[in-house]
Design a protein around this ligand. Structure first.
Ligand code: NAD
Length: 334
């Protein structure tokens, strides 16, 4: 597997793939020899220049370059494209010219791939498919909750308000730094239609805001179910999901800040939280209406999904085996 675009998502995908028993990272492609390039070399990933003319910059920075990105694409069985939104679609012609299957990220339009992917919800749809889009962090977080609820009770309607971080920790040009922005202001937001790429017949309305935080997104969720349920039953259901962490009462985790501290204290790489973090106390039911709060670590929740997408596309193992393997070797599950 080769990673094209070694930033926030790309470096995590490389490490997650490297940790798997049935996969190998044959290279990572970068545009510039920055700190992430130096770390990639220390981790033993062969370095390729995403922009061939910039190869000398890497040599000047003391980084050996194996070649240009198209050589990596030619050698790889599959490429995970983790370039910024819109660049992935531009790169598709490169992958097609080498007959190399590729996975794109959630910042791309859905039509970049034949399938939009979430391992829990539609693993089999990506079997044998050459171009797949792993959905965004928010869509991944919503899909992991909606899939079991649909299977267990049936879902009539989802309403979700997404309180979104202004930017990732390293994105110092993003914001707001002192505001609370309805974003997008128009209602419903584009997130619901993105969830429909996973569940085409789902009734869902979403609203978005942006706040001065870098830690995580927080979702306020209302799901009208088809069956009468109890909060205790829903909690049990979510606790049985490997990529959902139901935060127990009594731990004193009252927000995203403490969740991140928890992850760092636990020795998680980069303080990553690959799981949806649902506050157990927030799970409430009024008639057929379920309510809950969940926090989504935008930098890492899509990482196990990319690993599973590789197995689905290469038809190596089934959904259950892939998800268990990914989780075991990455360390998912609290
Ligand atoms: P990023 O900016 O952190 O990383 C992108 C990397 O690609 C950078 O290292 C950049 O230098 C490099 N790059 C730019 N142009 C390139 C090119 N032509 N060829 C190769 N590399 C190039 O971005 P990111 O946050 O990792 O986002 C990548 C994708 O993942 C986007 O589609 C984004 O929407 C999606 N995504 C991001 C997050 C998040 O919160 N960061 C969460 C889920 C999905």
């Amino acid at each position: 597997m080769g990673v094209n675009g070694y930033g926030t998502i790309g470096k995590r995908v490389a490490d997650a793939v490297d940790a798997q028993p049935d996969m190998e990272v044959i290279g990572v492609a970068k545009t510039q020899p920055n700190f992430e390039a130096h770390t990639a070399v220390k981790r033993g990933y062969p370095m390729y220049a995403a922009i061939p003319e910039r190869m000398p910059l890497f040599s000047e920075a003391g980084i050996d370059v194996e070649g240009a990105v198209d050589e990596m694409v030619a050698d790889a069985d599959i490429v995970v494209d983790c370039t910024p939104s819109g660049i992935g679609a531009e790169n598709k012609a490169l992958y097609e010219s080498h007959d190399t299957p590729a996975i794109f990220q959630g910042g791309e339009d859905a039509d970049v791939g034949e399938v939009s992917f979430n391992a829990r919800a539609n693993y089999d749809d990506a079997r044998g498919v050459d171009y797949v889009r792993t959905v965004s962090c928010n869509t991944t977080g919503l899909s992991r909750i909606i899939a079991p609820l649909r299977e267990e009770y049936g879902v009539e309607k989802v309403r979700a308000t997404l309180v979104r971080r202004g930017g990732d920790p390293g994105q110092n040009s993003r914001g707001p730094i002192n505001d609370i922005l309805p974003n997008p202001i128009s209602i419903p937001s584009h997130h619901g239609p993105d969830v429909n790429t996973i569940f085409p017949d789902l009734a869902i309305d979403t609203l978005g805001l942006k706040v001065p935080a870098t830690l995580m997104h927080v979702h306020s969720l209302n799901v009208t179910l088809e069956d009468d349920v109890t909060a205790a039953h829903v909690r049990q259901l979510l606790e049985s999901e490997s990529r959902v962490y139901v935060i127990p009462e009594g731990l004193g985790i009252d927000g995203a800040g403490k969740l991140k501290d928890f992850a760092l204290d636990a020795g998680r790489p980069r303080g990553d939280l690959w799981e949806n973090c649902v506050w157990g106390e927030s799970i409430a039911v009024e008639g057929r209406d379920l309510y809950l709060f969940q926090a989504i670590h935008q930098e890492s929740d899509v990482i196990p999904e990319n690993v599973d997408a590789i197995r689905a596309m290469t038809e190596s193992v089934d959904q259950a085996e892939s998800m268990v393997t990914t989780d075991d070797y990455l360390g998912v599950g609290i």
